[in-house]
Design a protein around this ligand. Structure first.
Ligand SMILES: NC(=O)c1ccc[n+]([C@@H]2O[C@H](COP(=O)([O-])OP(=O)(O)OC[C@H]3O[C@@H](n4cnc5c(N)ncnc54)[C@H](O)[C@@H]3O)[C@@H](O)[C@H]2O)c1
Length: 389
């Protein structure tokens, strides 16, 4: 029987829900499971919130003191699903206590914070992962497989977007995601980093960026009490307004170490786009294209396709593709957000049990944070910025 490993999950919001669902479901999908994640303790800012999370998400215990919890000898894994301003402090304490760590993205508010986290886990020698789950969509992993097998040839161009519209209404609430001291940056860190992670996964290191960065809505209604609120459905046009001091929108050109070029756009204000995380890669041997809103599908064309059948074809992911043996037995039965988190959980616990570092780990999270910092700097100066490596 797989070994049971105790998880302390810090935070019980949007991502707490996703991670708790993955802990429960991972062994149901991937059997034999690498380990059985035991939902041991959930921590939130108040005992009431933690207790609600305990009942709702199936944890054994609730606490409002993460410092005490991460030091407990019976905890094997610390899962950080809090807003970005507490990632570094919790991760460094957990590393010093010798825990394996999975931390939500972006790893930190700045590259300097991410570096301190990377150094702490390096010193501790524990397994670490940053939760860029979109690369664990089977169609995205299939794109990587085609590239690794050389079926796209030498990569020439990467075009990535992450467009949403939940903050397009200027009266939608002042979530922590609009406050620099909590979030670090806006669209760049929140969603742009997912595209950076995919670009690094598929193409390699980003060497230089040249970005346009804009903040259109400079204030939003302050929200009161309880959990973070997002989107136009939560709008309150009569509430007092607070300052937005992060970016709304980034558009950038990219130069990769390997010689490829590309572009990236991210915004949470694009009416009509919901979770439009897309990429298109073209190389000397073919092209691949992906849109998360149609996440069972990968569009492919190979240069040697017959002349009378040229054009993109749709591959529906299923048992023949990455993670297919653990997911559903028929292609296109339906991959969802939860499945990406189940796969992430499987890869994380496989790494813990196997004593290897998974990818993306804190080193990857740090390198992605370096790109995010470079985007911010380029947005301010208008110059091409070399990414610190
Ligand atoms: N991978 C993804 O697709 C994805 C999606 C959304 C959010 N995220 C990331 O996940 C993290 C959490 O975001 P969210 O959307 O779940 O936020 P959220 O606001 O919905 O939830 C955050 C939770 O953490 C709790 N919390 C805050 N500070 C705490 C502290 N010091 N100790 C204990 N609990 C604390 C809050 O009370 C709340 O329960 C962020 O880093 C965010 O960028 C990732």
């Amino acid at each position: 029987m797989p070994k049971a490993l105790n998880v302390a999950m810090i935070g019980g919001g949007f991502m707490g829900k996703a991670h708790a669902a993955a802990y429960a479901a991972m062994p149901m999908f991937f059997w034999p499971a690498p380990a059985i994640p035991v939902r041991k303790v959930i921590v939130d800012v108040s005992h009431e919130l933690a207790e609600e999370g305990r009942v709702r998400y199936g944890f054994e215990e609730a606490s409002s003191d993460w410092r005490a919890v991460v030091r407990r000898p019976d905890i094997d894994v610390v899962d950080i699903v809090t807003p970005n301003d507490s990632h570094a402090e919790i991760a460094i304490a957990a590393a010093e206590a010798g825990k394996h760590i999975i931390c939500e993205k972006p790893l930190a508010r700045t590259a300097a914070e991410a570096k301190a986290m990377r150094d702490a886990v390096g010193k501790a020698g524990t397994v670490n992962m940053v939760a860029f789950n979109y690369r664990r969509t089977p169609a995205v992993a299939l794109a990587r497989k085609y590239i690794e097998e050389g079926r796209i040839g030498r990569i020439l161009n990467f075009r990535g977007t992450y467009l949403q519209d939940w903050s397009a209404d200027p009266d939608s609430p002042l979530s922590w995601r609009f406050q620099k001291k909590v979030a670090g940056s806006g669209a760049i860190g929140d969603i742009g980093t997912h595209v950076v992670d995919i670009a690094r996964y598929l193409v390699g290191e980003i060497a230089e960026v040249c970005a346009l960065v804009q903040t259109y809505h400079k204030t939003r209604p302050v929200q009161s009490g309880g959990l973070d609120k997002l989107g136009a459905a939560e709008k309150n046009a009569t509430a007092a307004r607070g300052e937005v001091d992060v970016d709304d929108e980034v558009v950038t050109l990219l130069k990769f170490d390997g010689g490829a070029i590309g572009s990236l756009e991210a915004t949470r204000n694009a009416y009509g786009r919901n979770n439009f995380l897309t990429f298109e890669v073209h190389g000397t041997g073919g092209s691949i294209a992906f849109n998360y809103e149609r996440r069972d599908e990968l569009q492919v064309m190979f240069a040697d396709d017959p002349a009378d059948a040229r054009g993109f074809r749709t591959v529906y992911t299923g048992p023949a593709h990455p993670y297919g043996s653990g997911l559903w037995p028929i292609p296109a039965l339906g991959i969802g957000y939860t499945e990406t988190k189940i796969v992430e959980c499987y890869d994380f616990f496989s790494a813990v049990v196997g004593g290897i570092q998974p990818s993306p780990n804190f080193e990857d999270g740090y390198r992605t944070a370096c790109v995010a910092d470079a985007l911010g700097e380029s947005g301010e100066t208008g110059a091409w910025i070399k990414v610190q490596q």
